[in-house]
Design a protein around this ligand. Structure first.
Ligand code: SF4
Ligand code: SF4
Length: 460
């Protein structure tokens, strides 16, 4: 049992839907394993006989929400239609954050999503692997700036080899970054007689020392190395002098050209300054630059939402009554409205008729159309230079961020209940589902406006 306490299971959403994730979590609980790192997961690209179908029924926020609900005691339908509460689990739920992003439109949504993960129930954080100690430190600073001081942060140390460094440098592994400058060093030492063994071990040991110096809860040591190599790295880290880490953090500063930092640089420490947010960023919040993302369709969508989809305002009550009537007596009018909805949303957003619409959550961009993982709660960690990890389009959430920022609304990404897609609504009218409180926009508390609420329709 003591050893099981040390195991951290990485649970991802790429190949399991919510039922399978829950079943897997029950199995872990039965086996006495508590520590779960909840991740969205990389997009699956290879498998037996070809590439598998990706799942991504939940994303990391949804998974954390599910595991937290299990910790509270999951409510399920019991005998005779009564609710039954299952025994609570005791998972120690962790989440990941990827600070190694070059642009503001990628990095800030990463930090915002981290806050959402913690609000959903994550109790510890691990960073993506990286080789810029100032960027690692920013994660702690950001959490502190948001008043989150009681969530331990673990630094990630990946022991490089020349081959792995090349893959990271070429962007072959989503979210893993090796800059040109670091690659030159890896190439130089990796071509030496010891294949860079000494250099790579020393680099990892120095990173561990910096994490300790900066007050990280722990350093997570990984890589394609043997156990004795890991022990050697730990021993090296322990042999350093008490204040050596201050020099190391200046050495390990392999950021990308023009990389965005959330906080201002402090030349005295070589780190980011805890009390000075990047002034260019602050200025851009006051006067957002013109963005190509702010299209006529975005402006129109905001206007339509304001007059027709804002609860208890504008046309809301009228349309709600109409949809309630059509729901009781479906007829031609209901069919015509559904056709109008599907056609207009297809041409404006590339709508896939999922029935549980996240356009208002995503600045009127469709996650089913534009995000490869259909992530509805914020970006995965896979983007690079603003491009999706699949290399085929700009990252969906970077676009969402730009659209929101143009209206000073980007901090809305920090708030809101986790969005869980309801597949029962597939191929049904999302407008009807919103007005009739069948979708995820329905109020969750007792103050809910329940007039016209009905059970989900049966399929499409
Ligand atoms: S209904 Fe679903 S598929 Fe259609 S626009 Fe909304 S989120 Fe996208
Ligand atoms: S669009 Fe962005 S959030 Fe979606 S899968 Fe690609 S990198 Fe991840």
């Amino acid at each position: 049992p003591e050893q099981r306490e040390r195991i951290v299971v990485h649970l991802t959403c790429k190949a399991l839907n919510r039922n399978a994730l829950e079943a897997y979590a029950w199995r872990l609980a039965a086996e006495g394993i508590r520590n779960i790192l909840a991740l969205t997961g990389d997009y699956p690209t290879a498998g037996f006989g070809g590439a598998p179908q990706p799942v991504f029924d939940l994303d990391s926020v949804g998974l954390i929400y599910l595991l937290s609900a299990m910790n509270r005691g999951l409510e399920v339908p019991g005998r005779g239609g009564k609710k039954q509460t299952l025994p609570p689990t005791d998972f120690y739920i962790g989440c990941a954050v990827s600070p190694f992003k070059r642009t503001e439109r990628e990095l800030v949504p990463q930090y915002f999503k981290l806050v959402r993960k913690i609000a959903a129930g994550a109790r510890w954080v691990i960073t993506q692997l990286g080789y810029d100690m100032r960027k690692f430190h920013e994660v702690k600073l950001f959490l502190e700036a948001r008043g989150i001081r009681d969530v331990p942060v673990v630094g990630n140390v990946y022991v490089l080899t020349k081959g792995v460094a090349r893959l990271f440098h070429q962007g072959k592994l989503p979210g893993c970054v090796v800059s040109d400058e670091l690659w030159e060093l890896c190439n130089k030492y990796g071509s030496g007689p010891d294949k860079g063994r000494e250099f790579f071990r020393e680099l990892a040991a120095k990173q561990l020392a910096v994490f300790k110096g900066l007050g990280f809860q722990a350093g997570y040591l990984g890589g394609l190395a043997k156990p004795e190599d890991f022990f050697d790295i730990i021993e090296r880290a322990e042999r350093f002098g008490e204040n050596d880490w201050r020099d190391f953090l200046r050495e390990i500063r392999f950021s990308l050209p023009d990389e965005f930092f959330f906080f201002e640089h402090d030349p005295e420490t070589g780190l980011s300054s805890s009390d000075r947010i990047n002034p260019v960023y602050l200025e851009s919040k006051k006067r957002p630059a013109r963005s190509r993302e702010v299209t006529w369709s975005y402006r129109l969508s905001r206007w339509v939402h304001r007059i027709a989809f804002t609860r208890n305002k504008g046309l809301w009550n009228l349309l709600k009554r109409l949809y309630a009537r059509w729901d009781k007596k479906p007829g031609l009018a209901a069919k015509a409205m559904y056709s109008l909805e599907k056609t207009s949303k297809f041409f404006m957003y590339g709508c896939r008729d999922c029935g549980d619409c996240s356009l208002p959550d995503c600045a009127y961009l469709c996650p089913k159309r534009w995000c490869s993982k259909c992530a509805r709660n914020g970006p995965c960690g896979g983007s690079h230079d603003g491009i999706c990890e699949l290399d085929d389009k700009p990252c969906f959430w970077a676009r969402v961020y730009e659209r929101l920022k143009a209206y000073g609304e980007e901090e809305e990404m920090l708030t809101g209940e986790p969005v869980l897609y309801n597949a029962q609504l597939m191929y049904t009218s999302a407008w009807a589902n919103t007005y009739l409180d069948r979708d995820h926009h329905a109020p969750k508390d007792d103050s809910a406006d329940t007039e016209g609420k009905s059970s989900p329709p049966n399929g499409g």
